[in-house]
Design a protein. Structure first.
Length: 293
Protein backbone atom coordinates (compact mmCIF):
# COMPACT_ATOMS: atom_id res chain seq x y z
CA UNK A 1 0.00 0.00 0.00
CA UNK A 2 1.76 3.15 -1.21
CA UNK A 3 1.69 6.11 1.15
CA UNK A 4 2.86 9.09 -0.88
CA UNK A 5 2.17 12.51 0.62
CA UNK A 6 -0.71 14.07 -1.35
CA UNK A 7 1.40 17.20 -1.93
CA UNK A 8 4.54 15.40 -3.08
CA UNK A 9 5.73 18.32 -5.20
CA UNK A 10 5.84 20.51 -2.09
CA UNK A 11 8.16 17.94 -0.47
CA UNK A 12 10.35 18.01 -3.57
CA UNK A 13 10.43 21.81 -3.54
CA UNK A 14 11.26 22.00 0.19
CA UNK A 15 14.13 19.57 -0.38
CA UNK A 16 15.50 21.56 -3.33
CA UNK A 17 15.46 24.69 -1.16
CA UNK A 18 17.19 22.83 1.68
CA UNK A 19 19.83 21.47 -0.71
CA UNK A 20 20.68 24.94 -2.01
CA UNK A 21 20.86 26.30 1.54
CA UNK A 22 23.16 23.41 2.51
CA UNK A 23 25.52 24.22 -0.38
CA UNK A 24 25.48 27.89 0.57
CA UNK A 25 26.38 26.97 4.14
CA UNK A 26 29.25 24.78 2.97
CA UNK A 27 30.62 27.60 0.78
CA UNK A 28 30.38 30.19 3.56
CA UNK A 29 32.12 28.00 6.17
CA UNK A 30 35.63 29.38 5.61
CA UNK A 31 38.40 30.50 7.99
CA UNK A 32 37.36 33.67 9.81
CA UNK A 33 33.64 33.34 9.03
CA UNK A 34 31.49 33.85 12.11
CA UNK A 35 29.38 30.84 12.99
CA UNK A 36 26.41 33.07 13.73
CA UNK A 37 26.59 34.78 10.34
CA UNK A 38 26.71 31.45 8.51
CA UNK A 39 23.63 30.19 10.38
CA UNK A 40 21.75 33.43 9.67
CA UNK A 41 22.69 33.24 5.98
CA UNK A 42 21.50 29.64 5.64
CA UNK A 43 18.17 30.35 7.30
CA UNK A 44 17.80 33.63 5.36
CA UNK A 45 18.26 31.80 2.06
CA UNK A 46 15.55 29.29 3.02
CA UNK A 47 13.12 32.10 3.85
CA UNK A 48 14.05 34.06 0.71
CA UNK A 49 13.16 30.98 -1.34
CA UNK A 50 9.67 30.97 0.17
CA UNK A 51 10.10 28.19 2.73
CA UNK A 52 10.76 28.17 6.48
CA UNK A 53 13.65 26.46 8.26
CA UNK A 54 12.34 23.23 9.80
CA UNK A 55 15.02 23.56 12.50
CA UNK A 56 17.82 26.04 13.23
CA UNK A 57 20.88 25.56 11.04
CA UNK A 58 23.14 23.10 12.86
CA UNK A 59 26.84 24.00 12.63
CA UNK A 60 28.40 21.39 14.89
CA UNK A 61 32.21 21.33 14.96
CA UNK A 62 34.86 18.65 15.37
CA UNK A 63 33.83 16.27 18.18
CA UNK A 64 30.32 17.77 18.26
CA UNK A 65 28.17 15.44 16.17
CA UNK A 66 24.91 17.40 16.07
CA UNK A 67 22.55 19.96 17.58
CA UNK A 68 24.84 22.95 17.84
CA UNK A 69 23.31 26.20 16.63
CA UNK A 70 24.71 29.62 17.55
CA UNK A 71 22.92 31.78 20.08
CA UNK A 72 22.37 35.51 19.35
CA UNK A 73 25.78 36.58 20.69
CA UNK A 74 27.86 33.57 19.63
CA UNK A 75 31.45 34.88 19.32
CA UNK A 76 32.98 31.92 17.47
CA UNK A 77 34.65 32.20 14.08
CA UNK A 78 35.70 29.12 12.13
CA UNK A 79 39.41 28.32 11.86
CA UNK A 80 41.30 26.25 9.30
CA UNK A 81 41.10 22.57 10.20
CA UNK A 82 37.64 22.72 11.82
CA UNK A 83 35.40 19.87 10.72
CA UNK A 84 31.92 21.37 10.38
CA UNK A 85 28.64 19.53 9.86
CA UNK A 86 26.25 21.83 7.97
CA UNK A 87 22.84 20.30 8.74
CA UNK A 88 19.93 22.16 7.22
CA UNK A 89 16.15 21.78 7.17
CA UNK A 90 13.40 23.53 5.22
CA UNK A 91 9.65 23.06 5.15
CA UNK A 92 6.66 24.20 3.13
CA UNK A 93 3.46 23.88 5.16
CA UNK A 94 4.99 21.02 7.14
CA UNK A 95 6.48 19.23 4.11
CA UNK A 96 9.94 18.81 5.63
CA UNK A 97 13.41 18.23 4.18
CA UNK A 98 16.54 17.49 6.23
CA UNK A 99 20.01 17.36 4.65
CA UNK A 100 23.63 17.66 5.71
CA UNK A 101 27.21 17.49 4.56
CA UNK A 102 30.59 18.10 6.16
CA UNK A 103 33.26 20.64 5.26
CA UNK A 104 36.86 20.76 6.42
CA UNK A 105 37.42 24.47 6.91
CA UNK A 106 40.22 25.89 4.80
CA UNK A 107 40.66 22.67 2.80
CA UNK A 108 43.31 21.26 5.14
CA UNK A 109 42.63 17.65 3.98
CA UNK A 110 43.40 16.15 7.39
CA UNK A 111 39.97 14.56 7.79
CA UNK A 112 39.13 13.68 4.21
CA UNK A 113 38.83 10.01 5.16
CA UNK A 114 36.07 10.88 7.64
CA UNK A 115 34.19 13.07 5.17
CA UNK A 116 34.38 10.45 2.45
CA UNK A 117 33.32 7.67 4.82
CA UNK A 118 30.13 9.53 5.74
CA UNK A 119 29.32 10.29 2.10
CA UNK A 120 30.03 6.72 0.98
CA UNK A 121 27.89 5.41 3.84
CA UNK A 122 25.07 7.63 2.62
CA UNK A 123 25.47 6.48 -0.98
CA UNK A 124 25.56 2.80 0.08
CA UNK A 125 22.48 3.20 2.26
CA UNK A 126 20.52 4.97 -0.47
CA UNK A 127 21.37 2.17 -2.92
CA UNK A 128 19.41 -0.26 -0.70
CA UNK A 129 16.21 1.80 -0.75
CA UNK A 130 13.17 0.33 -2.53
CA UNK A 131 9.65 -0.66 -1.46
CA UNK A 132 9.81 -3.74 0.76
CA UNK A 133 13.51 -3.32 1.56
CA UNK A 134 14.58 -4.12 5.08
CA UNK A 135 15.82 -1.05 6.94
CA UNK A 136 18.42 -3.37 8.44
CA UNK A 137 19.96 -3.78 4.97
CA UNK A 138 20.24 0.01 4.67
CA UNK A 139 21.92 0.07 8.09
CA UNK A 140 24.32 -2.74 7.19
CA UNK A 141 25.35 -1.03 3.96
CA UNK A 142 26.06 2.20 5.82
CA UNK A 143 28.13 0.47 8.50
CA UNK A 144 30.15 -1.58 6.02
CA UNK A 145 31.00 1.45 3.89
CA UNK A 146 32.26 3.38 6.92
CA UNK A 147 34.14 0.44 8.46
CA UNK A 148 35.86 -0.27 5.14
CA UNK A 149 37.70 3.05 5.66
CA UNK A 150 38.84 1.96 9.11
CA UNK A 151 36.35 4.25 10.84
CA UNK A 152 33.31 3.76 13.05
CA UNK A 153 29.66 4.46 12.25
CA UNK A 154 27.83 6.26 15.05
CA UNK A 155 25.74 3.57 16.72
CA UNK A 156 23.31 5.71 18.65
CA UNK A 157 22.46 8.36 16.08
CA UNK A 158 19.94 7.34 13.43
CA UNK A 159 18.19 8.49 10.34
CA UNK A 160 14.42 8.67 10.53
CA UNK A 161 11.14 8.76 8.69
CA UNK A 162 9.67 12.23 8.19
CA UNK A 163 6.01 13.10 8.51
CA UNK A 164 4.18 16.37 8.06
CA UNK A 165 5.38 18.81 10.75
CA UNK A 166 7.21 15.89 12.36
CA UNK A 167 10.95 15.81 11.66
CA UNK A 168 11.54 12.54 13.47
CA UNK A 169 8.70 10.21 12.51
CA UNK A 170 8.06 6.74 13.86
CA UNK A 171 10.76 4.84 11.96
CA UNK A 172 14.45 4.94 12.89
CA UNK A 173 17.13 4.21 10.26
CA UNK A 174 20.13 3.05 12.30
CA UNK A 175 23.70 3.46 11.07
CA UNK A 176 24.59 -0.07 12.20
CA UNK A 177 22.67 -3.33 11.65
CA UNK A 178 20.89 -5.36 14.32
CA UNK A 179 18.46 -2.78 15.69
CA UNK A 180 15.34 -2.92 13.51
CA UNK A 181 12.87 -5.24 11.77
CA UNK A 182 11.22 -2.36 9.90
CA UNK A 183 10.49 -2.50 6.18
CA UNK A 184 10.36 0.48 3.80
CA UNK A 185 7.04 1.32 2.16
CA UNK A 186 6.54 2.96 -1.21
CA UNK A 187 5.80 6.65 -0.82
CA UNK A 188 7.57 7.08 2.52
CA UNK A 189 9.86 10.07 3.02
CA UNK A 190 12.96 9.19 5.03
CA UNK A 191 16.21 10.87 6.04
CA UNK A 192 19.34 8.72 5.88
CA UNK A 193 22.21 10.22 7.84
CA UNK A 194 25.43 8.31 8.45
CA UNK A 195 27.94 9.73 10.91
CA UNK A 196 31.54 8.51 10.72
CA UNK A 197 34.05 8.95 13.52
CA UNK A 198 37.61 8.17 14.50
CA UNK A 199 36.40 7.86 18.11
CA UNK A 200 34.43 5.06 19.77
CA UNK A 201 31.29 5.35 17.61
CA UNK A 202 28.80 6.61 20.18
CA UNK A 203 27.52 10.02 21.18
CA UNK A 204 26.53 11.28 24.58
CA UNK A 205 24.68 14.39 25.68
CA UNK A 206 26.96 17.38 26.12
CA UNK A 207 25.88 20.75 27.46
CA UNK A 208 22.37 22.01 26.79
CA UNK A 209 22.47 23.94 23.54
CA UNK A 210 20.47 26.69 21.89
CA UNK A 211 17.80 24.61 20.16
CA UNK A 212 14.38 24.35 21.81
CA UNK A 213 10.85 23.27 20.93
CA UNK A 214 7.41 23.62 22.46
CA UNK A 215 6.26 20.47 24.21
CA UNK A 216 2.64 21.52 23.61
CA UNK A 217 0.54 24.55 22.69
CA UNK A 218 1.28 27.13 25.45
CA UNK A 219 -2.16 28.75 25.00
CA UNK A 220 -2.95 32.45 24.70
CA UNK A 221 -2.04 33.58 28.23
CA UNK A 222 1.40 34.86 27.22
CA UNK A 223 1.02 36.74 23.89
CA UNK A 224 4.73 36.57 23.02
CA UNK A 225 4.81 32.82 23.62
CA UNK A 226 1.58 32.35 21.64
CA UNK A 227 3.05 34.29 18.71
CA UNK A 228 6.12 32.05 18.68
CA UNK A 229 4.00 28.90 18.89
CA UNK A 230 2.04 30.22 15.91
CA UNK A 231 5.26 30.42 13.91
CA UNK A 232 7.08 27.28 15.07
CA UNK A 233 4.36 24.95 16.39
CA UNK A 234 6.28 21.94 17.76
CA UNK A 235 9.24 22.25 15.36
CA UNK A 236 12.66 23.12 16.79
CA UNK A 237 13.64 26.81 16.94
CA UNK A 238 16.17 29.08 18.62
CA UNK A 239 16.52 32.45 20.34
CA UNK A 240 18.08 33.95 17.18
CA UNK A 241 14.58 33.72 15.67
CA UNK A 242 12.89 35.83 18.35
CA UNK A 243 11.48 38.99 16.76
CA UNK A 244 11.39 41.27 19.81
CA UNK A 245 12.68 41.75 23.33
CA UNK A 246 9.27 40.56 24.52
CA UNK A 247 9.77 37.25 22.72
CA UNK A 248 13.33 36.89 24.02
CA UNK A 249 12.10 37.53 27.56
CA UNK A 250 9.23 35.06 27.12
CA UNK A 251 11.69 32.39 26.02
CA UNK A 252 13.95 33.01 29.00
CA UNK A 253 11.11 32.66 31.52
CA UNK A 254 9.36 29.73 29.84
CA UNK A 255 12.03 27.06 29.97
CA UNK A 256 9.62 24.55 31.57
CA UNK A 257 7.30 24.68 28.57
CA UNK A 258 10.21 24.09 26.22
CA UNK A 259 12.30 21.06 25.49
CA UNK A 260 15.99 22.06 25.21
CA UNK A 261 18.21 19.87 23.05
CA UNK A 262 21.64 18.96 24.36
CA UNK A 263 24.59 19.11 21.98
CA UNK A 264 25.63 15.57 21.00
CA UNK A 265 29.35 14.92 21.46
CA UNK A 266 31.46 11.88 20.60
CA UNK A 267 32.04 9.74 23.70
CA UNK A 268 35.73 9.21 23.00
CA UNK A 269 36.35 12.77 21.87
CA UNK A 270 36.64 11.54 18.28
CA UNK A 271 35.95 13.84 15.39
CA UNK A 272 32.78 13.35 13.44
CA UNK A 273 31.63 13.74 9.83
CA UNK A 274 28.01 13.49 8.67
CA UNK A 275 26.20 13.25 5.35
CA UNK A 276 22.41 13.26 5.03
CA UNK A 277 19.76 13.24 2.34
CA UNK A 278 15.99 13.25 2.39
CA UNK A 279 14.83 10.41 0.20
CA UNK A 280 11.48 9.31 -1.23
CA UNK A 281 10.89 5.56 -1.40
CA UNK A 282 9.88 5.48 -5.08
CA UNK A 283 8.44 2.56 -7.03
CA UNK A 284 11.84 1.38 -8.32
CA UNK A 285 14.18 2.78 -5.66
CA UNK A 286 15.26 5.99 -3.99
CA UNK A 287 14.42 9.43 -5.32
CA UNK A 288 16.99 11.61 -3.56
CA UNK A 289 14.93 14.71 -2.93
CA UNK A 290 17.79 16.79 -1.50
CA UNK A 291 20.30 16.09 -4.27
CA UNK A 292 21.39 19.15 -6.22
CA UNK A 293 19.35 19.64 -9.40
MN1 LIG B 1 17.89 14.05 10.24
MN1 LIG C 1 19.74 16.71 9.71
Amino acid sequence: MARYPPDLDRWREAARIAAEARELGLRLTVPGARRRDVADAIEGAIRAAGAEPSFPANLSRNNEAAHYTPDPDDPVAFVAGDLVKVDVGAHLDGAIADTADTVEVGGTHRYENLVRAAREGLRAGIAQVRPGARVNDVSRAIAEAIRSRGLKPMENLTGHSIERYLLHGGMAIPNVPGFTDAVLEEGQVIAIEPFATNGVGRIENGAFGNIVRFRADPGAKDPALAAMFGRFRTLPFTARWARSDAERAALARSRRQLQTYPVFVEVGGGWVAQAEHTVLVGPAGAEVLSALP
